[in-house]
Design a binder for this molecule. Structure first.
Ligand code: AMP
Ligand code: MG
Length: 394
């Protein structure tokens, strides 16, 4: 058994870094920016009014000063005449300022009558002008790698970047194994259950940028498993679920060995999820990275969160890092831990965390009620209510 951190390091060593592709801006949200992108424009490209009001010569601003309105500047249409002493123009938000040293008096601070107005209230020190380049200038860089947020998409649009270089989505093949499994929506036989793991893992990994393919369920026989590995070809990452222990029907490891897979490790000092294996498929079977997850539903999902999410992110060029940990205060005593790192389902609210009593790795209902995995290090002592623990958001 190897520690969780060592297993993750082995996984990162196996992780391929995928190339990039260019997408229209409207399709780039949530994707990982693959290269630094430089603004093609300065924003604003000209000094612009921040308010609706009147542009007057700065040195003429004074309470009770009167002006004649000689023109108008609106967003999209500048005023290009001349503005003499005692003259001003009507100006609206987003309109370019005239050339020269101007001040925008907001309309609430003037009294207007026909073509003249008087500054009736103290306009204050703010000239209500957005300077040219006040937001960003041509060449300003949006740095990679980063997951493109809605705000990133907005600034890329403003920078006039219509096409965005993003990391390719990892192609992930998910293979459930087991004679007892049928797909959701099918009618199970009396001794059968519904495959859940591939669906949960697809939902999880697609959220982190993967494109998961759920393959047909492999039966517990050599031919069926080999067929599944054939169908997985072309994937960047092949994930099997179940069949990874040492029972008579656990054929994943022997079939992989038969296909020439180079195994990196097997068995991790972790709960749930001890029988995890990883390696690389042989070149004549696609050469993909391969991870074998335990079949118990909670084990599969927890291993997905601890190992596969970081791998899928690293494939897209994001930093190879374990899941970030947070801290919270225990609402009840927590028992001591054995030699395996234990990820315990719990619920955190307002900085207080409740660890659930039932932790059996088959209980999806307990996982569905959880929003946190409390990390109990190997051989850790019991902790009393009120002490601090580390957890991973789930
Ligand atoms: P195994 O590792 O194949 O011995 O499976 C361990 C347990 O997980 C058994 O109770 C299986 O029925 C269950 N199991 C395996 N794969 C899946 C799956 N894809 N969905 C739901 N349960 C599964
Ligand atoms: Mg099985």
């Amino acid at each position: 058994m190897i520690p969780v951190a060592d297993a993750l390091a082995h996984l990162f060593a196996l992780t391929p870094r995928l190339g990039s592709e260019t997408l229209p801006l409207v399709q780039a949200a949530g994707r990982v920016l693959a290269e630094d992108v430089a603004a093609k424009r300065t924003q604003p490209p000209f000094a612009a009014s921040a308010m609706d009001g009147y542009a007057v010569h700065r040195d003429e601003v004074a309470i009770a000063a009167s002006f004649t309105v000689v023109g108008e500047a609106a967003a999209g249409q500048r005023f290009d005449g001349t503005i003499g002493a005692g003259e001003a123009i009507r100006i609206f938000t987003g309109a370019p300022l005239p050339d020269g040293d101007f001040f925008v008096v907001i309309q609430e601070d003037v009294d207007r009558s026909a073509d003249t107005f008087t500054i009736a209230r103290d306009p204050g020190a703010n000239d209500n002008i957005r300077p040219a380049g006040g937001d960003f200038t041509k060449g300003t860089v949006l740095s990679a790698p980063r997951i493109l947020t809605p705000a990133d998409i907005a600034i890329l649009a403003a920078m006039n970047i219509a096409e965005v270089p993003v990391a390719k989505r990892p192609d992930v093949a998910l293979i459930s194994t087991g004679n007892e499994l049928v797909m959701p929506g099918e009618t199970p036989g009396p001794d059968q259950i519904i495959a859940s793991n591939t669906f949960g893992l697809k939902a999880m990994l697609d959220q982190h940028g993967a494109h998961c393919r759920i393959l047909p369920i492999a039966r517990d026989d050599v031919d069926s498993l080999k067929m599944a590995f054939e169908l997985a070809q072309g994937a960047d990452l092949v994930i099997t679920i179940g069949g990874a222990s040492v029972g008579d029907h656990d054929l994943v490891a022997p079939v992989l060995a038969d296909l020439g897979t180079e195994r990196s490790f097997y068995k991790i000092a972790m709960r749930p999820g001890k029988p995890l294996m990883a390696g690389q498929m042989a070149a004549d079977h696609g050469g993909a990275m391969m991870v074998g997850l335990p079949g118990n539903p909670v084990s599969a999902m927890v291993c997905g969160a601890i190992f596969l999410q970081p791998v899928v992110r690293a494939m897209q060029g994001l930093p190879a890092e374990s899941q970030p940990r947070k801290t919270a205060t225990l609402t009840a005593d927590l028992r001591s831990n054995g030699p395996r790192e234990h990820y315990m389902r719990g619920h955190v609210a307002n900085g207080n965390i409740t660890v659930f009593d039932r932790q059996d790795s088959s209980l999806l209902s307990v996982l569905a009620a959880a929003n946190a995995l409390v990390v109990c290090p190997p051989n850790s002592d019991a902790k009393s209510a009120g002490s601090t623990v580390e957890y991973i958001e789930f």
